[in-house]
Design a protein around this ligand. Structure first.
Ligand code: ADP
Ligand code: MG
Length: 634
């Protein structure tokens, strides 16, 4: 051993220490998952070696068959797991085992509450990985040598606590990584061959790399058995799951495989496994998770599928196979039409990839459509988790716009509070004379359902969709029609109830004409007082119970879009709303004949009330309160 250097002590990065702390104090009731994590890493390491060796076969060092070996020492209470994968250099050990690079981790950890049950669930979506060793072990030793490095360029990493770890240069003849877990006293039961075999069957059967354990000695009384060379026996199926026929794969297999590819420890909602033969040959296995990862909206969050070419692992996170708005989809694609040395750049310009991408996109949308019709409960869950991401598709994917529109869900005045309906549901019960789909945008369901814009629609019994996601106005700018019906924002433009209104309000009209003359003086006065705050003031046909509301032009931006532009630092076009007043409201009838000062207060109060109701910020709360109070005590 040339490296005479003493072991060096290094500290963990803060996030890594926090995760480690959680593992040591074991918030998991399901302790056996540590084995799945270590096997998953070993399998990844073998995949990486195979990939790197495509261009550098010497990395194999004459040992071309990948494998994972697991052994135990029952007496001492250790489990040892060896792989002949890519291994790690000293720097890689520090980067990979001493830090957590995923962005947003610190913030995510802040949200942990110390409530064991909740935290265990939360951390499941994070993916605990290597640190899960500490659920069962109080000391972990990793010996590793990167493929292609000299034997004396190996490293030993050892750790027995939360704060720090030791690094030491060692000599290691075989490339790859050996991990030894020194089990905690109370977890010694894991040092048992049958126990480990059953855990492997349960979680790691689908791993492509053979996992071997010592064959149990047939003759227990054989005195020499300890001296005999160990006979290894493969204990998993060791074939690529997606290459097996669907009928031979159980749901449990599919779920375990999902956890391996997604690093998400919850069950997927649904999956679709297909072999396609034709112009391009490929197999895809795609999953829809049941819940979003904590960094779904982080720009640099890895997305995409695991890519294999003829069963050789090529890369993680191949994002070229699915559009951005389907970034929640996980899975694998195994293609026969790509070269083994394919790079990300090549993927970008490959006709095979774009053909596969459009086929996979359709497949995912079909999967969602099926779920929506056959498992509405699951679809509800999906929509809650990923609905706002799917909405991006309306802008991103012109070809599939109609399919996506069918998958959208909204609250509605004709549904219960926590029920969401589709546009098709709306159209199915539309009034015969109604030619438009009406919707309202607001910050919350409460704000929407209590909005004065709904008054006239209630009166006529017309359903209105209630859109409360902060990107809904943007979404609607990409959706103007559905099944031949125009979509209309009820807070924009002139009220248009179409045929319906013409039929119903013939006689009412005569009344309105009378009050119009009486009120035109009032609208003029108010317009004069508000000046350039409003474009004009007019009598409202929308309101029955409220004094006033603001309406923007049909093609002008609403509050939501203005906020989005502001947040993005973009210029917001200048536009003025129309103030609509309801002269029959007692507030107006009481003060409209009052002094100039009273009318001035009245004008501002109804304007500012309407501003609040439109979802906008109140421009001058102090003044508003003074004006309102003067009217109250008048
Ligand atoms: P993840 O697998 O999600 O990346 P882990 O915590 O499981 O996270 O592992 C951290 C990193 O440590 C891996 O990404 C890999 O680079 C490295 N690693 C872990 N185990 C091995 C191994 N057996 N061989 C080579 N590298 C490994
Ligand atoms: Mg891992």
């Amino acid at each position: 051993m040339t490296a005479a250097a003493k072991p060096e002590t290094l500290g963990f990065q803060t996030e890594a220490r926090q995760i480690l702390h959680l593992m040591i104090h074991s918030i998991y009731s399901n302790k056996e998952i540590f084995l799945r994590e270590l096997i998953s890493n070993a399998s990844d390491a073998c995949d990486k070696l195979r990939f790197e060796a495509l261009n550098a076969p010497e990395l194999y060092e004459n040992d071309t068959s990948p494998g994972i070996r697991i052994s135990i020492d029952e007496a001492v209470g250790t489990i040892t797991l060896s792989d002949n994968g890519i291994g790690m250099s000293r720097d890689e050990v520090i980067d990979n085992l001493g830090t957590i690079a995923r962005s947003g981790t610190a913030k995510f950890l802040e949200n942990l509450s110390g409530d064991q049950k909740k935290d265990a669930q939360l951390i499941g979506q994070f993916g605990v990985g290597f640190y899960s060793s500490f659920i069962v072990a109080d000391r972990v030793v990793v010996e590793t040598r990167r493929a292609g490095f000299a034997a004396d360029q190996a490293v030993r990493w050892s750790c027995a606590g939360e704060a720090e770890y030791q690094l030491e240069a060692i000599t290691k003849a075989e490339r790859g990584t050996t991990i030894t877990l020194h089990l905690k006293d109370e977890e010694k039961e894991f040092a048992n061959a049958w126990r480990l075999r059953s855990i492997i069957k349960k979680y790691s059967d689908h791993i492509m790399i053979p996992i071997s354990m010592a064959k149990p000695a047939l003759d227990k009384n054989n005195e020499d058995s300890a001296e005999q060379e160990v006979e290894w026996e493969v204990v998993n199926k060791a074939s690529a799951l997606w290459t097996r026929p669907r009928s031979e794969i159980s749901d449990e297999d599919y779920k375990a495989f999902y956890q391996h590819v997604s690093h998400d420890f919850r069950d997927p909602l649904v999956w679709s496994h297909n072999r396609v033969e034709g112009k391009y040959d490929y197999t895809s296995l795609l999953y829809i998770p049941s819940e979003p990862p904590f960094d779904l909206y982080q720009r640099d969050t890895p997305r995409g599928v695991k890519l294999y070419v003829q069963r050789t692992f090529i890369m993680d996170d191949a994002e070229q196979f699915l559009p951005l708005y389907l970034r929640f989809v996980k899975g694998v694609i195994d293609s026969s039409d790509l070269p083994l040395n394919v790079s990300r750049e090549l993927l970008q310009n490959s006709p095979a990839v774009s053909a596969i991408r459009s086929a996979l996109t359709k497949r995912v949308l079909d999967m969602l459509e099926n779920m929506a019709s056959e498992n509405p409960e699951d679809y509800k869950k999906f929509w809650g988790a990923f609905g706002s991401v799917l909405k991006e598709g309306m802008a991103e994917d012109f070809t599939n716009r109609e399919k996506i529109a069918e998958l959208l869900r909204f609250s509605s005045t004709a549904a219960d509070r926590d029920e969401k309906i589709s546009l098709a549901d709306y159209v199915a019960r539309i009034k015969p004379s109604q030619d438009k789909i009406h919707y309202l945008i607001a910050d919350s369901y409460e704000a929407a359902i209590n909005s004065p814009y709904l008054e006239i629609f209630r009166k006529h019994g017309i359903e209105v969709l209630l859109l409360t996601d902060r990107i809904d106005e943007w979404l609607m700018s990409h959706l103007s029609e559905f099944q031949g019906k125009q979509l209309r924002n009820i807070a924009k433009g002139e009220l248009d109830l179409g045929e319906l209104e013409k039929a119903e309000s013939k006689e009412e009209k005569d009344d309105t004409d009378k009050s119009t003359t009486d009120s035109s003086e009032l609208t003029e006065k108010i317009a004069g007082i508000l000046g350039d705050r409003v474009q004009t003031v007019r009598l409202s046909r929308r309101l029955t119970d409220s004094p006033a509301c603001l309406v923007v032009g049909e093609h002008e931006l609403g509050v939501q879009m203005r906020r989005i532009l502001e947040a993005a630092g973009q210029p917001v076009p200048d536009s003025k709303p129309v103030l609509e007043i309801n002269p029959d409201h007692p507030l107006l009838s009481k003060f409209s004949g009052g002094s100039d000062a009273a009318i001035e207060d009245l004008a501002w109060v109804v304007y500012r009330q309407a501003l609040i109701l439109s979802g906008d910020d109140l421009d001058n709360p102090g003044e508003f309160i003074r004006q309102l109070n003067r009217l109250l005590v008048a």
